[in-house]
Every structure is written in structure tokens, then in C-alpha cells.
Design a binder for this molecule. Structure first.
Ligand SMILES: [Zn+2]
Length: 141
């Protein structure tokens, strides 16, 4: 193995991913090559630091739970669920239905109770006069 090959294989060596032959060749090479020995030593040192860091920042099992809980709470606050939207739509439609019912009932009631026989005093006649003034719309002229 030459120095370049060794350099490419150091991380595999430290992860113990090299087969027996390659491991032996690499170890033989670093006993004779000071440069590669230095590089491998530096990697070993780095791996040691990383292991220490890893254990210091080991995942807290409750942390995941807390973060997920917070994310869900925030999501629910920002985006109402489909159930909430459905409830809002249903209650709006119900309110609109009641409103329309009251309007129709009021108009119908007024036309029944009104004593005037003049057709133009009827609420529907007044509404039609408002939207289709007879002075403009005279279909039977
Ligand atoms: Zn070398």
C-alpha cells in the first residue's frame, strides 16, 4: 500500500471496515512510514474527541418527547384541525339558514297581516319596485 491508499483508508480502518489483509497492510505501512503514522495518530485523537463529545451530548429521551409535544401544540395553535373548520362551517351555515328563515318569515308575516289591498304596498312589490323600477322596466307596454 502506498501513502495515498493509506490516506484514503484511514477512516475505514478506524471504523474497522477494512478486511484482515488491508488492516495488516495498513498497520505494516504505518510502522515504517512516519508521515502516515502521524496522520493515523491524528485521526485516532480526533475519533477520541468525537467519542467524548458524543457521550456528553447523548440524546435525552425526554427531550425528544418535549420537543415533539411543543411542535404539536404549536401546529394545533396555528392551523385549526379539519374538525374545528368543519364545526365553524356547520355553525355558519346554520346561522345563515336561521337568518334566511327569519327574513322569509318576516316578509310572509307582513304580507298576511297587512290590511292594505293595494298590491304595491306588499313587501315583495316594494322589493321588486326597488330592483326593477316600473318606470324603467315596463314589459307590457
Ligand atoms: Zn505512508
Amino acid at each position: 500500500m502506498d501513502c495515498r491508499t493509506i490516506n484514503d483508508k484511514i477512516s475505514q480502518y478506524l471504523d474497522k471496515e477494512l478486511d484482515e489483509t488491508q488492516t495488516r497492510q495498513l498497520e505494516e505501512h504505518i510502522t515504517t512510514c512516519a508521515h502516515c503514522k502521524k496522520t493515523v495518530d491524528a485521526w485516532v485523537k480526533l475519533y477520541g474527541v468525537l467519542e467524548v463529545e458524543k457521550s456528553e451530548y447523548a440524546a435525552n429521551p425526554f427531550l425528544t418527547q418535549r420537543i415533539l409535544h411543543r411542535i404539536n401544540a404549536k401546529r394545533n395553535a396555528e392551523y385549526p384541525s379539519t374538525l374545528t373548520i368543519r364545526r365553524i362551517v356547520v355553525s355558519s351555515l346554520a346561522a345563515a339558514g336561521i337568518f334566511i328563515g327569519v327574513i322569509i318569515g318576516t316578509l310572509f308575516n307582513n304580507s298576511l297581516l297587512t290590511s292594505s289591498n293595494d298590491e304595491n304596498d306588499q313587501p315583495w312589490a316594494m322589493v321588486s319596485e326597488e330592483y326593477f323600477p316600473t318606470e324603467i322596466f315596463t314589459p307590457f307596454e
